[in-house]
Write a protein that binds this ligand. Sequence first.
Ligand code: HEM
Length: 260
Amino acid sequence: MPALSDPAHAHGDLERTPLLPNTQRPAEESTMAPSSSTSDRADALPLIARSSFTGPAALLAQAGLLLATLTLWRVLYTHPAGLFTYHPGLQSIAVLGFLEGILLLQPQPPTAAHKRKGLQLHQVLQYSSLVAIVAGAAFIVYNKAIHGAKHIQTWHATFGLITLALIALQITFGALVVYSPLQRWVGDEGKAKALWKYHRMSGYATLLFLIATPLLALWSDWLVGNSSRLERGLIGAGLVLAGVGAFARVQTSKLGLKRS
Ligand code: HEM
Protein backbone atom coordinates (compact mmCIF):
# COMPACT_ATOMS: atom_id res chain seq x y z
CA MET A 1 0.00 0.00 0.00
CA PRO A 2 1.39 3.47 -0.83
CA ALA A 3 2.59 5.62 2.03
CA LEU A 4 -0.20 7.41 3.84
CA SER A 5 1.89 10.56 4.07
CA ASP A 6 0.69 11.82 0.68
CA PRO A 7 0.15 15.59 0.90
CA ALA A 8 -3.41 15.14 -0.32
CA HIS A 9 -4.18 13.42 2.98
CA ALA A 10 -4.22 16.63 4.91
CA HIS A 11 -6.03 18.51 2.21
CA GLY A 12 -9.68 19.29 2.84
CA ASP A 13 -10.41 18.98 -0.85
CA LEU A 14 -10.41 15.19 -0.51
CA GLU A 15 -13.22 15.63 1.97
CA ARG A 16 -15.43 17.67 -0.29
CA THR A 17 -14.63 16.12 -3.66
CA PRO A 18 -13.03 12.80 -2.83
CA LEU A 19 -13.24 11.39 -6.33
CA LEU A 20 -12.78 14.25 -8.71
CA PRO A 21 -9.52 15.34 -10.34
CA ASN A 22 -7.95 18.41 -8.73
CA THR A 23 -6.50 20.68 -11.40
CA GLN A 24 -4.35 22.51 -8.85
CA ARG A 25 -2.35 19.34 -8.24
CA PRO A 26 -1.44 18.18 -11.74
CA ALA A 27 1.18 15.71 -10.56
CA GLU A 28 -1.37 13.86 -8.49
CA GLU A 29 -4.45 14.25 -10.57
CA SER A 30 -3.54 14.73 -14.21
CA THR A 31 -5.16 11.48 -15.35
CA MET A 32 -7.33 8.65 -14.18
CA ALA A 33 -5.16 6.21 -16.13
CA PRO A 34 -2.60 4.22 -14.12
CA SER A 35 0.59 6.17 -13.54
CA SER A 36 4.09 4.80 -13.95
CA SER A 37 5.23 6.13 -10.59
CA THR A 38 4.77 3.57 -7.81
CA SER A 39 4.09 6.23 -5.16
CA ASP A 40 1.23 7.44 -7.33
CA ARG A 41 -0.43 4.02 -7.58
CA ALA A 42 -2.89 2.24 -5.30
CA ASP A 43 -3.55 -1.48 -5.69
CA ALA A 44 -7.14 -2.68 -5.77
CA LEU A 45 -7.02 -5.44 -3.14
CA PRO A 46 -5.46 -3.44 -0.28
CA LEU A 47 -7.85 -0.60 -1.08
CA ILE A 48 -10.87 -2.95 -0.94
CA ALA A 49 -9.62 -4.51 2.31
CA ARG A 50 -9.12 -1.08 3.88
CA SER A 51 -12.34 0.53 2.62
CA SER A 52 -14.89 -2.27 2.51
CA PHE A 53 -13.76 -4.77 5.15
CA THR A 54 -12.36 -2.65 7.98
CA GLY A 55 -14.42 -1.74 11.05
CA PRO A 56 -17.56 -3.21 12.64
CA ALA A 57 -20.07 -1.45 10.35
CA ALA A 58 -18.28 -2.62 7.18
CA LEU A 59 -18.11 -6.20 8.50
CA LEU A 60 -21.81 -6.06 9.48
CA ALA A 61 -22.72 -4.93 5.96
CA GLN A 62 -20.57 -7.64 4.36
CA ALA A 63 -21.99 -10.36 6.64
CA GLY A 64 -25.54 -9.20 5.85
CA LEU A 65 -24.88 -9.24 2.11
CA LEU A 66 -23.36 -12.70 2.30
CA LEU A 67 -26.25 -14.05 4.37
CA ALA A 68 -28.98 -12.58 2.12
CA THR A 69 -27.28 -13.58 -1.15
CA LEU A 70 -26.36 -17.14 -0.14
CA THR A 71 -29.79 -17.87 1.37
CA LEU A 72 -31.63 -16.54 -1.69
CA TRP A 73 -29.36 -18.50 -4.05
CA ARG A 74 -29.98 -21.65 -2.02
CA VAL A 75 -33.74 -21.14 -2.47
CA LEU A 76 -33.28 -20.54 -6.22
CA TYR A 77 -31.05 -23.62 -6.57
CA THR A 78 -33.47 -25.90 -4.74
CA HIS A 79 -36.57 -24.51 -6.52
CA PRO A 80 -35.73 -24.14 -10.23
CA ALA A 81 -38.31 -21.88 -11.89
CA GLY A 82 -37.17 -21.54 -15.51
CA LEU A 83 -36.86 -18.02 -16.88
CA PHE A 84 -38.19 -16.51 -13.63
CA THR A 85 -35.05 -17.64 -11.75
CA TYR A 86 -32.98 -15.11 -13.70
CA HIS A 87 -34.97 -12.25 -12.13
CA PRO A 88 -34.09 -12.75 -8.45
CA GLY A 89 -30.69 -14.21 -9.40
CA LEU A 90 -29.58 -11.18 -11.40
CA GLN A 91 -31.20 -8.67 -9.02
CA SER A 92 -29.35 -10.14 -6.04
CA ILE A 93 -26.04 -9.85 -7.94
CA ALA A 94 -26.95 -6.23 -8.75
CA VAL A 95 -27.76 -5.40 -5.11
CA LEU A 96 -24.46 -7.00 -4.05
CA GLY A 97 -22.50 -5.07 -6.70
CA PHE A 98 -24.14 -1.68 -6.04
CA LEU A 99 -23.59 -2.03 -2.29
CA GLU A 100 -19.95 -3.03 -2.73
CA GLY A 101 -19.49 0.03 -4.95
CA ILE A 102 -20.87 2.23 -2.17
CA LEU A 103 -18.97 0.59 0.73
CA LEU A 104 -15.72 1.06 -1.21
CA LEU A 105 -16.06 4.83 -1.32
CA GLN A 106 -17.33 5.56 2.17
CA PRO A 107 -14.06 6.05 4.10
CA GLN A 108 -11.88 9.05 3.33
CA PRO A 109 -9.27 8.08 0.68
CA PRO A 110 -5.84 8.56 2.32
CA THR A 111 -4.07 9.56 -0.92
CA ALA A 112 -4.89 10.92 -4.35
CA ALA A 113 -3.89 7.53 -5.82
CA HIS A 114 -6.48 5.80 -3.60
CA LYS A 115 -9.01 8.35 -4.74
CA ARG A 116 -8.39 7.54 -8.43
CA LYS A 117 -8.40 3.78 -7.88
CA GLY A 118 -11.60 4.07 -5.81
CA LEU A 119 -13.31 5.91 -8.66
CA GLN A 120 -12.16 3.31 -11.22
CA LEU A 121 -13.49 0.41 -9.13
CA HIS A 122 -16.71 2.29 -8.30
CA GLN A 123 -17.41 2.73 -12.01
CA VAL A 124 -16.71 -0.92 -12.82
CA LEU A 125 -19.00 -2.11 -10.00
CA GLN A 126 -21.85 0.34 -10.66
CA TYR A 127 -21.88 -0.14 -14.46
CA SER A 128 -21.74 -3.96 -14.16
CA SER A 129 -24.55 -3.87 -11.59
CA LEU A 130 -26.56 -1.64 -13.92
CA VAL A 131 -26.30 -4.29 -16.65
CA ALA A 132 -27.38 -6.99 -14.15
CA ILE A 133 -30.39 -5.04 -12.81
CA VAL A 134 -31.65 -4.09 -16.29
CA ALA A 135 -31.29 -7.71 -17.46
CA GLY A 136 -33.05 -8.95 -14.28
CA ALA A 137 -35.94 -6.54 -14.88
CA ALA A 138 -36.15 -7.58 -18.55
CA PHE A 139 -36.46 -11.25 -17.54
CA ILE A 140 -39.43 -10.64 -15.20
CA VAL A 141 -41.23 -8.37 -17.67
CA TYR A 142 -40.69 -10.89 -20.51
CA ASN A 143 -41.68 -13.83 -18.31
CA LYS A 144 -44.90 -12.07 -17.31
CA ALA A 145 -45.62 -11.09 -20.92
CA ILE A 146 -45.29 -14.67 -22.27
CA HIS A 147 -47.59 -15.93 -19.50
CA GLY A 148 -50.15 -13.18 -20.11
CA ALA A 149 -49.74 -11.90 -16.53
CA LYS A 150 -50.53 -8.30 -15.62
CA HIS A 151 -47.65 -5.93 -14.90
CA ILE A 152 -47.00 -3.79 -11.79
CA GLN A 153 -49.57 -5.34 -9.46
CA THR A 154 -47.65 -5.32 -6.17
CA TRP A 155 -45.67 -2.95 -3.93
CA HIS A 156 -42.56 -4.94 -4.85
CA ALA A 157 -43.15 -4.20 -8.55
CA THR A 158 -43.86 -0.51 -7.87
CA PHE A 159 -40.74 -0.12 -5.72
CA GLY A 160 -38.77 -2.05 -8.36
CA LEU A 161 -39.76 0.47 -11.04
CA ILE A 162 -38.88 3.41 -8.76
CA THR A 163 -35.50 1.76 -8.02
CA LEU A 164 -34.77 1.37 -11.73
CA ALA A 165 -35.69 5.02 -12.41
CA LEU A 166 -33.51 6.26 -9.50
CA ILE A 167 -30.56 4.17 -10.69
CA ALA A 168 -30.90 5.57 -14.23
CA LEU A 169 -30.89 9.14 -12.83
CA GLN A 170 -28.03 8.36 -10.44
CA ILE A 171 -25.77 6.95 -13.16
CA THR A 172 -26.58 9.76 -15.61
CA PHE A 173 -25.87 12.41 -12.95
CA GLY A 174 -22.65 10.65 -11.89
CA ALA A 175 -21.42 10.61 -15.50
CA LEU A 176 -22.22 14.33 -15.90
CA VAL A 177 -20.10 15.34 -12.92
CA VAL A 178 -17.16 12.97 -13.53
CA TYR A 179 -16.42 12.92 -17.27
CA SER A 180 -14.74 16.10 -18.54
CA PRO A 181 -16.53 16.23 -21.92
CA LEU A 182 -19.89 16.03 -20.12
CA GLN A 183 -19.00 18.51 -17.35
CA ARG A 184 -19.80 21.48 -19.60
CA TRP A 185 -23.47 20.43 -19.43
CA VAL A 186 -23.44 21.47 -15.76
CA GLY A 187 -21.18 24.51 -16.28
CA ASP A 188 -17.48 23.85 -15.70
CA GLU A 189 -15.26 21.48 -13.72
CA GLY A 190 -15.60 23.56 -10.54
CA LYS A 191 -19.40 23.45 -10.69
CA ALA A 192 -19.27 19.72 -11.43
CA LYS A 193 -17.16 19.14 -8.30
CA ALA A 194 -19.61 21.12 -6.20
CA LEU A 195 -22.44 18.86 -7.40
CA TRP A 196 -20.73 15.67 -6.25
CA LYS A 197 -22.33 15.81 -2.80
CA TYR A 198 -25.77 15.61 -4.43
CA HIS A 199 -24.68 12.43 -6.20
CA ARG A 200 -23.90 11.06 -2.73
CA MET A 201 -27.25 12.15 -1.27
CA SER A 202 -29.30 10.72 -4.13
CA GLY A 203 -27.09 7.62 -3.99
CA TYR A 204 -28.19 6.94 -0.43
CA ALA A 205 -31.85 7.55 -1.35
CA THR A 206 -31.42 5.02 -4.17
CA LEU A 207 -29.80 2.59 -1.74
CA LEU A 208 -32.90 2.73 0.48
CA PHE A 209 -35.06 1.60 -2.46
CA LEU A 210 -32.46 -0.98 -3.50
CA ILE A 211 -32.89 -2.63 -0.10
CA ALA A 212 -36.64 -2.06 0.32
CA THR A 213 -37.48 -3.64 -3.07
CA PRO A 214 -36.03 -7.13 -2.38
CA LEU A 215 -37.45 -6.90 1.17
CA LEU A 216 -40.93 -6.47 -0.35
CA ALA A 217 -40.26 -9.51 -2.57
CA LEU A 218 -40.26 -11.61 0.64
CA TRP A 219 -44.08 -11.34 0.55
CA SER A 220 -44.37 -12.34 -3.13
CA ASP A 221 -46.45 -15.43 -3.87
CA TRP A 222 -43.45 -17.16 -5.42
CA LEU A 223 -41.12 -16.72 -2.47
CA VAL A 224 -43.82 -17.51 0.10
CA GLY A 225 -44.63 -20.72 -1.81
CA ASN A 226 -41.03 -21.80 -2.41
CA SER A 227 -39.09 -20.96 0.75
CA SER A 228 -39.38 -21.58 4.46
CA ARG A 229 -40.15 -18.86 7.00
CA LEU A 230 -36.55 -19.25 8.26
CA GLU A 231 -35.10 -18.70 4.78
CA ARG A 232 -37.19 -15.56 4.24
CA GLY A 233 -36.19 -14.37 7.71
CA LEU A 234 -32.50 -14.86 6.91
CA ILE A 235 -32.78 -13.03 3.57
CA GLY A 236 -34.65 -10.16 5.27
CA ALA A 237 -32.23 -9.98 8.21
CA GLY A 238 -29.26 -10.03 5.83
CA LEU A 239 -30.65 -7.15 3.76
CA VAL A 240 -31.45 -5.09 6.87
CA LEU A 241 -27.97 -5.69 8.33
CA ALA A 242 -26.37 -4.69 5.02
CA GLY A 243 -28.40 -1.47 5.00
CA VAL A 244 -27.69 -0.67 8.67
CA GLY A 245 -23.96 -1.29 8.14
CA ALA A 246 -23.82 0.95 5.06
CA PHE A 247 -25.87 3.79 6.58
CA ALA A 248 -23.85 3.65 9.81
CA ARG A 249 -20.78 4.56 7.73
CA VAL A 250 -22.29 7.69 6.19
CA GLN A 251 -20.15 10.75 6.96
CA THR A 252 -22.35 13.81 7.22
CA SER A 253 -19.38 16.07 6.44
CA LYS A 254 -19.00 14.37 3.05
CA LEU A 255 -22.65 15.15 2.32
CA GLY A 256 -21.95 18.83 2.94
CA LEU A 257 -24.24 18.78 6.00
CA LYS A 258 -21.43 19.39 8.50
CA ARG A 259 -17.81 20.46 8.16
CA SER A 260 -15.39 18.33 10.14
C1 HEM B 1 -33.45 -4.52 -6.33
C2 HEM B 1 -33.88 -5.68 -6.70
C3 HEM B 1 -35.15 -5.91 -7.50
C4 HEM B 1 -35.79 -5.09 -8.40
C5 HEM B 1 -35.34 -3.71 -8.87
C6 HEM B 1 -36.98 -5.79 -8.86
C7 HEM B 1 -37.89 -5.30 -9.79
C8 HEM B 1 -39.10 -5.91 -10.14
C9 HEM B 1 -40.09 -5.37 -11.02
C10 HEM B 1 -39.99 -4.01 -11.75
C11 HEM B 1 -41.12 -6.25 -11.11
C12 HEM B 1 -42.43 -6.09 -11.88
C13 HEM B 1 -42.40 -6.65 -13.28
C14 HEM B 1 -43.75 -6.48 -13.94
O1 HEM B 1 -44.76 -6.30 -13.24
O2 HEM B 1 -43.76 -6.56 -15.17
C15 HEM B 1 -40.78 -7.40 -10.28
C16 HEM B 1 -41.56 -8.52 -10.10
C17 HEM B 1 -41.25 -9.60 -9.29
N1 HEM B 1 -40.09 -9.78 -8.55
FE1 HEM B 1 -38.59 -8.42 -8.39
N2 HEM B 1 -37.05 -7.01 -8.22
C18 HEM B 1 -35.94 -7.13 -7.39
C19 HEM B 1 -35.60 -8.21 -6.60
C20 HEM B 1 -36.37 -9.38 -6.46
C21 HEM B 1 -36.00 -10.50 -5.62
C22 HEM B 1 -34.71 -10.62 -4.77
C23 HEM B 1 -36.99 -11.42 -5.72
C24 HEM B 1 -36.98 -12.74 -4.99
C25 HEM B 1 -37.69 -13.77 -5.28
C26 HEM B 1 -38.01 -10.89 -6.62
C27 HEM B 1 -39.20 -11.49 -6.98
C28 HEM B 1 -40.18 -10.97 -7.84
C29 HEM B 1 -41.46 -11.60 -8.16
C30 HEM B 1 -41.96 -12.93 -7.56
C31 HEM B 1 -42.10 -10.76 -9.07
C32 HEM B 1 -43.48 -11.00 -9.70
C33 HEM B 1 -44.56 -10.57 -8.76
C34 HEM B 1 -44.64 -9.09 -8.60
O3 HEM B 1 -44.82 -8.36 -9.60
O4 HEM B 1 -44.41 -8.63 -7.46
N3 HEM B 1 -37.59 -9.64 -7.06
N4 HEM B 1 -39.53 -7.16 -9.70
